[in-house]
Structures are given as C-alpha cells and as structure tokens.
Design a protein. Structure first.
Length: 305
C-alpha cells in the first residue's frame, strides 16, 4: 500500500494535520478518519476550485487561493489551500508550491503548538502568514512597473510590450486569486463559532479582511498604471511606425521624380534637346539635384521632417 503523505502535530486540546500533496491514499485517509463528505474531499483534488466556505453538520470546509511566484517563468500563479475545521482538529490540504506554508509547518513541527491555544488561533496564523507573503509580490510588481516606465522614457522598443503583457498577466492572476478572500473570511466569522473560537478572534480575522482589501486596492492601482503604460507604449509604437512610413514616402517620391527626369531625357526622339549636347549628362544631374532640393524644401514646409 502506498505511504500516506500525512503529517500531524498534537497539542493538549487540538491537533494539526497537514497534507502537502493529496492523492487517492490521502483522500481515503480523510474519509476513514474524519468522515468528511466525498464532495469536499474531491474538491481538494485538481483542478483549482473557487474560494468558498461550506458549513457542514460536523465541520467547516474552507477553500482559499493564494498567489505564488514562479521564478523560472516570471509569472504569478495560484495555489489552493483547503481547511477542514472540527472541534478538535485543523486539517490543511495544499500543494507543494506554497513554500511559506511548508516553512511554517517545519517551524511548528520544531517548536510545537504551544503558542496556540486553539485551532482557531492556528487557522488565523496560517492565513495571516500566507496573506503577508502577498506584499513582497506586490512590491515586485511595483518594481517591474517602474522598470518598464524607465525604459519607455529612454527608448521606445517593441520588446517592451512583452514585458507589459507579462506584468498585466501577473496582476490579473493576482486579482483572480485574492478576490474571494474577503467574502470567505466574513462568512467564516459568521459560521465559525460552532467549531472554533472564531468569535473571540473576530478582531484578528477582521484585520485579515482589511489586509485583503489593501492588497486589492494596490492591485487596482497597479492595473490602472500598467494599462496607462500599455496605451502609451502603443502610441509610441504607432508614432514610430508613422515616422518610418513618412520617411519611406519621402524617399519614394524623390526616387520617383528622379526616375521620371531620367526617363524624359532618355527618350530616343529626334527633338530631344540633349541628344546632341556634349554636356547633357551634367544637365541631367543638375536637374536631378534641383528636383531633390525642391522636394526637400516642400517636405520641410509641410513639416514631414
């Protein structure tokens, strides 16, 4: 039988059971030892679910999403954390991508659950730890926006658009991840009293709600900024494209006029005035130079360059 990926720490009045990677074996463990509903256990399996809270008869089931930064791809992705709360247990199910939760487990395993009086306090600490990890990512997005703005002020390159789109994707993914937190935490404060001392901790959970709102407001500001930079970059690209087209048009007109002059003087007719002239070549070159000068003066007056 495959080994279960189940970790456990016990305190006097409650225990914390952590499942860092859930599969069929771990799902069967939850069914046998806690009698959780199959629908809730299946929700812990991929794909990601939307944030929600379900108040069952014997437990609370909470689904929350938290962002993490994929350094290799340089994008922000979402990871799911599921919480089962009973009167004497807190069960967390998550994926290995959330390193802050893994580090918190290692620390708690080393020092024990002595600093927590109840499963409610532990739940608050875990959520608070994961929310705090959002702020360095916000600072990273802010730095990326500053870098893009600096590059745009120096030179407008088409490559900047890929960086802008990456930042916009990160902001959208971040917003999608965090948008359900406020509603779930509010619902937890209403429903959590039956299984944990949530009412005693209402002030602390309310602070988590305020932090979630702060994250959302910052993301909203970043979204407006990067949208403005996107529009500015598009305008710069369009301006440069128009400038290139204008230059190409000037060259095309000049070449057309020169070709016309050469063609006219190269006509093999009896009354061609330059056919018998020994200085005909110089006259043609002079006519071409005059035509070029005239066209340049014309384009200059039209402010084409």
């Amino acid at each position: 039988m495959p080994r279960r990926n189940v970790q456990e720490i016990k305190a006097k009045s409650f225990r914390w059971i952590n499942i860092p990677q859930i599969g069929r074996t771990e799902a069967e463990y939850l069914r046998e030892n806690f009698s959780f509903e199959a629908l809730d256990i299946n929700a812990c399996l991929p794909p990601l679910q939307r944030p929600n809270l379900f108040a069952r008869e014997r437990y609370l089931f909470i689904i929350l999403l938290f962002p993490y930064y994929d350094r290799k791809a340089r994008v922000i992705k979402s990871a799911e954390v599921d919480f089962f709360i009973t009167k004497d247990s807190l069960v967390t199910v998550h994926s290995s991508e959330l390193l802050p939760l893994a580090h918190f487990w290692d620390r708690t395993q080393k020092f024990g659950l002595g600093e927590f009086k109840s499963a409610g306090e532990l739940l608050h600490k875990i959520i608070d730890r994961l929310i705090q990890e959002c702020f360095p990512m916000l600072a990273h997005i802010s730095n990326d926006i500053d870098e893009v703005e600096k590059k745009m002020s120096q030179v407008f390159e088409r490559e900047i658009i890929s960086e802008i789109l990456r930042i916009k994707t990160n902001i959208v993914n971040f917003r999608k991840t965090i948008q359900g937190h406020k509603a779930v935490l509010r619902k937890l404060m209403r429903e959590g009293g039956r299984f944990a001392d949530i009412k005693k901790l209402e002030l602390y959970f309310d602070y988590l709600v305020e932090e979630t709102k702060e994250i959302w407001e910052e993301l909203d500001g970043y979204k407006s900024t990067i949208d403005a930079l996107h529009e500015a970059n598009d305008s710069l690209i369009n301006f440069r494209t128009g400038d290139i087209m204008r230059t190409l048009t000037i060259f095309s007109v000049i070449i057309f006029v020169l070709t016309l002059i050469v063609s006219l003087f190269n006509l093999n007719t009896i009354d061609n005035p330059l056919s018998a002239q020994p200085s005909g070549f110089k006259i043609i070159i002079g006519a071409m130079l005059v035509a070029i000068a005239g066209l340049l003066v014309f384009f200059k007056r039209k402010k084409w360059f």
